[in-house]
Design a binder for this molecule. Structure first.
Ligand code: 2M8
Length: 451
């Protein structure tokens, strides 16, 4: 019996209704030029959201999935960076293109479409693999064009990360803003953010997110936002020059989760390249990058804590904060068999996905047994379907079928209220943050189509 108690009675949709709701969510968020991350809170294209969105779309219409990924790739900077936001022509989000000012400040940034000046986790090769496989099964040939034209772009994106985001040359990729992790206000970043002191000359700004999420406790605080904006200000002042940003940013952290995704995605991209006759030298470089980053993730693993750690490059110390990101080695491999088995057991055990009070057995962003656990607050406790999907996909690749199947079933239970929320209260299943979030809909579609 489920032990979580929902505050309001939950609807429970069957799989046909749920799939229809997910498809409707994507079409509702389709503004013609792109599918936005969410209708009101995120009315633009986010890099890693789009990777996931295109997977769900591929089940409905491969041409549209291809177009979506092409739009993102079309906004790639001349130096190879894939920007974290591609702005639509509408407003409604802060910081918008004027605040970022990338095209004015950096010759590599596209003038159209406008983009932000940072990046997000490199999951795009995983999306390419998935879209190509789905398109081939359903006989939709546009995926071959995406493979031929998208592969070199993704190669350049990975190359950019290696060139500009591996300051110690050891395979651990660094982020210069919490937003680059995708886990914006995770407690992982509390210590490095505490050292970020917003200057008195931070230009004034007005948040838009607080007008759109009724309970402000579900969003980051004002102090957190001051720091987010200050880091952007620092980048503006060096014209978004990638190397100068890494040299000067008050925030520079080796992100173990991004590094694991990079290792995994580099392997996936290498295999796709090998299968489709891409240059052998590039394919083997991808495998080398994957191996180096996998080794960096293994080095970040702390056997005493039983979790992998981030590394604060400014303070020169490991960050031993216990969050879902600590399970990064399960995504990319690299640990010895016994350590890996122990880590997998921990993920499924009573501190995490097996916690007896969870509404659904997916790992929350922070363990309910941790003093830092805040069940309603964004990346400080809620369950995120997209993260469950990532682990589920990686587990299936690694042959851990039982765990992958369980994640799928439990996550589908979490989202069967049909709100397609951005994140969920892990103990009650209450939908939180935005509703009709595209990447939640897409995860549902992929899972329902791969039963
Ligand atoms: C959230 O991040 C944006 C900033 O990039 C925000 O809070 O305004 C994160 O959950 C991020 O991972 C996600 O890509 C984005 C859009 O869904 O929202």
């Amino acid at each position: 019996m489920r032990r979580g108690v929902a505050h309001a009675p939950r609807r429970r949709l069957g799989s046909v209704q749920l799939a229809a709701g997910a498809a409707w969510t994507l079409s509702r968020n389709d503004i013609g030029t792109m599918i936005t991350a969410a209708p009101r809170l995120y009315p633009h294209m986010w890099s890693w959201d789009t990777a996931f969105i295109s997977i769900g779309l591929a089940h409905l219409n491969a041409d549209r999935a291809v177009a979506e990924l092409e739009t993102l790739l079309g906004a790639q900077w001349r130096n190879g960076m894939l920007p974290h936001i591609v702005f639509s022509s509408g407003g409604g989000y802060f910081p918008g293109p004027e605040r970022w000012g990338t095209a004015e400040l950096n010759p590599d940034a596209p003038e159209s479409p406008r983009t932000s000046g940072i990046c997000q986790p490199p999951v795009h090769a995983i999306a390419l693999r998935r879209i190509v496989d789905i398109g081939r099964q359903t006989g939709q040939s546009s995926v071959e064009r995406l493979l031929a034209e998208g592969w070199p772009r993704l190669y350049r994106w990975h190359e950019w990360l290696v060139r500009h985001r591996d300051p110690r040359g050891m395979g651990m990729l660094a982020i210069v803003h919490g937003w680059e992790s995708g886990m914006d206000n995770s407690p992982r970043w509390d210590e490095p953010y505490a050292a970020v002191e917003p200057g008195a000359d931070l230009p004034p700004y007005a948040r838009t997110d607080r007008n759109l999420v009724a309970d402000h406790g579900e969003r980051p605080s004002d102090l957190e936002y001051d720091r987010y904006l200050w880091l952007i200000e620092e980048m503006r002042r060096v014209g978004y020059d990638a190397d100068q940003v890494v040299r000067t940013s008050s925030f520079l952290v080796g992100d173990v989760f991004v590094t694991a995704l990079f290792a995994l995605a580099s392997e996936v991209l290498a295999t796709l390249g090998q299968e489709s006759g891409q240059p052998a030298a590039q394919v083997s470089r991808l495998r080398e990058w994957a191996a180096r980053s996998r080794a960096a993730v293994a080095t970040a693993y702390d056997p005493d804590a039983g979790l992998a750690r981030d590394f604060d490059l400014r303070a020169d110390r490991w960050l031993s904060v216990r969050t879902i990101a600590g399970f990064a080695p399960l995504l990319c491999g690299g640990l010895d068999e016994a350590a890996e088995r122990e880590l997998l057991d921990r993920l499924c055990g009573p501190d995490w996905a097996g916690h007896p009070d969870l509404f659904a057995a997916i790992p929350p962003s922070v363990s309910p047994n941790d003093p830092a656990f805040r069940p309603r607050e964004y990346w400080r406790g809620p369950g995120w379907p997209v993260i469950a999907w990532l682990f589920g996909w990686a587990f299936a690749q690694r042959g851990w079928t039982a765990q992958a199947t369980r994640l799928r079933a439990e996550c589908l239970h979490l989202v069967d209220d049909g709100t397609f929320a951005e994140y969920y209260h892990p103990l009650t299943g209450e939908p939180l943050g935005s509703r009709q979030q595209s990447w939640t809909a897409t995860v549902v579609l992929d899972w329902l189509h791969t039963a």
